[in-house]
Design a protein around this ligand. Structure first.
Ligand code: PGA
Length: 256
């Protein structure tokens, strides 16, 4: 069984002190820590202090929301893998639709970021997902095949183990309108088949998460979808109590 994994994507929210307060409160929650993986992806400015607060804890992983594909250089405003790792970061989100759509990141940019992250020792939460127009036009599997296939062609099987896939239909992100259980099951199947094409034996071990308006109210139903190995949560991850309840729910459902 793949251990359920719950990722918080705080986006452009929380100051360093708010972030550390969240960590302190999460650490005190009664969760089945051994049976779930928790990753907090915070703004850059929070990472150093969060890293200090999580040092030696071992129950919560720290993640960033972006990375540059070069190791260092004249790239104003960018951040490198080594800088993130120095703060205790082990994960990075790459390919989020907000980066693709609002900041013009292409499949090629996204692949370069993933390769650098992995080569420098980070693990990657790789986001894919279709627009509502693409879904209505029956192009979902084509789009996912391009987004994921381009990357898989560059990876070795060892590198694949550093990857966590997040399926995030763009129309479900921040809209309050989550994909249905049937849509999620079907799309996760498609993704698993895409991975199998390149990695027939390792595909079953890759965790595929769902993201898009996951909250305390719908997390039980979404956890019941057997194809779902975890969640990538935006808005609902900002509140530590709600986040804790979602973690509790998926841990219970997946471990019963
Ligand atoms: P949401 O965001 O949970 O607020 O829909 C998910 C995401 O963008 O990762």
């Amino acid at each position: 069984m793949i251990k359920p994994v719950v990722v918080a994507n705080w986006k452009m929210f929380k100051t360093p002190s708010e972030s550390v307060e969240f960590v302190d409160r999460l650490k005190n929650k009664i969760l089945d820590w051994e049976r779930v993986k928790i990753i907090l992806c915070a703004p850059y400015t929070s990472l150093f202090e969060m890293g200090n607060s999580l040092m030696g804890d071992g129950r919560i992983d720290l993640g960033a929301q972006n990375i540059h594909w070069e190791s260092e250089g004249a790239f104003t405003g960018e951040i490198s893998a080594a800088m993130l790792q120095a703060c205790g970061v082990e994960w990075v989100i790459v390919g989020h639709s907000e980066r693709r759509v609002l900041f013009g990141e292409s499949d090629e940019d996204v692949c370069r970021k993933v390769m650098t992250a992995i080569e420098e020792g980070l693990s990657v939460i790789f986001c894919v997902g279709e627009t509502i127009q693409e879904r209505k036009a029956g192009k979902t599997s084509l789009v996912l095949g391009e987004q994921l296939g381009t990357l898989l062609a560059k990876l070795t099987e060892d590198q694949l183990r550093k990857l966590l896939i997040a399926y995030e239909p763009i129309w479900a992100i921040g809209t309050g309108l989550n994909a249905t259980s049937e849509q999620i099951a079907e799309t996760h199947h498609i993704l698993r088949r895409i991975i199998e094409k390149t990695f027939p034996s390792a595909a079953s071990q890759v965790a595929i998460q769902y993201g898009g308006s996951v909250n305390q109210g719908n997390c039980k139903e979404l956890s019941e979808v057997s194809e779902v190995n975890g969640f990538l949560i935006g808005g609902a991850s900002l509140d530590v109590d709600q986040f804790g309840e979602i973690v509790k729910t998926i841990t219970e459902v997946k471990n019963r």
